[in-house]
Design a protein around this ligand. Sequence first.
Ligand SMILES: Nc1ncnc2c1ncn2[C@@H]1O[C@H](COP(=O)(O)OP(=O)(O)OP(=O)(O)O)[C@@H](O)[C@H]1O
Length: 262
Amino acid sequence: MILKQIRLKKPMPAENRFPFGLPVVREFDSFTFRSPVTIIAGDNGTGKTTLLEGIAAAADSILISREPIEGNPALEHAREIADHLTLSWSVKSRNGFFFRALDFVTYTIAVSQMREDARETLEEIRSRNPRSLEALPYARTYHELRNLYGEGLEFRSHGESFLDLFSARFRPDGFYILDEPEAPLSPAKQLTLLAMLHEMVEEGAQFLISTHSPIIMAYPGADLYEIRGCRLEPAAFDEVEHVRMTKDFLNAPERYLRHLFN
Ligand SMILES: Nc1ncnc2c1ncn2[C@@H]1O[C@H](COP(=O)(O)OP(=O)(O)OP(=O)(O)O)[C@@H](O)[C@H]1O
């Protein structure tokens, strides 16, 4: 285990404003990691993302753009939560990141722009002087991005590019916080993601994941939690509302649809 425990440094303020107005944040207590894969389920709006943002800020995680959370105006609330938390590490990992689906599109566009800028500058310098040393940093940026992401994440489907990013950026011994990583993935590709997680766990990585996907929740040996009311409660796979409801629905869709449409 890389991250062992999260404890409260000081109680969360009893304030109604975001983020402390969210019950799961206000009531957050110590949390012990018991498995390399910890999964948090919960209905929309229960605060999964907000909680992960706070933990990511406390862990000094970087975003997929490699930018820190510190100083990011859109993540000021994450720093506020982090100020109340103390983390206990076995070893502080330098590998890892905090992945949010909403950062992904921005990142894909930024990488494509960076690669094109490097390519154009490289061509311009080489047209002036093919042996110029000035070209070296641009050549390095261009080739590094080509090595990491091939032709470019923007030339892949949304789901394919998610998996490309994970496979390019997961590293052994990394600590990864993934917020709804299943977003664009088909059931088959969610299984691929499970296999990737397993491969990385075998290499010492640790994952904290929020998800709505029963497939991701089924990761063998995952420590599964559900936000119920205002608390993060340990949950067995079959007890999680997403799993129960999906099973019920698939067993008899007409029962649900009759209620909805009549
Ligand atoms: N920056 C913000 N300012 C004010 N309120 C916010 C902000 N971000 C989220 N909220 C509110 O906090 C609540 C929890 O949001 P959060 O995104 O953490 O939920 P979630 O459990 O991740 O939901 P989902 O499953 O839909 O992603 C929501 O009601 C939301 O409107």
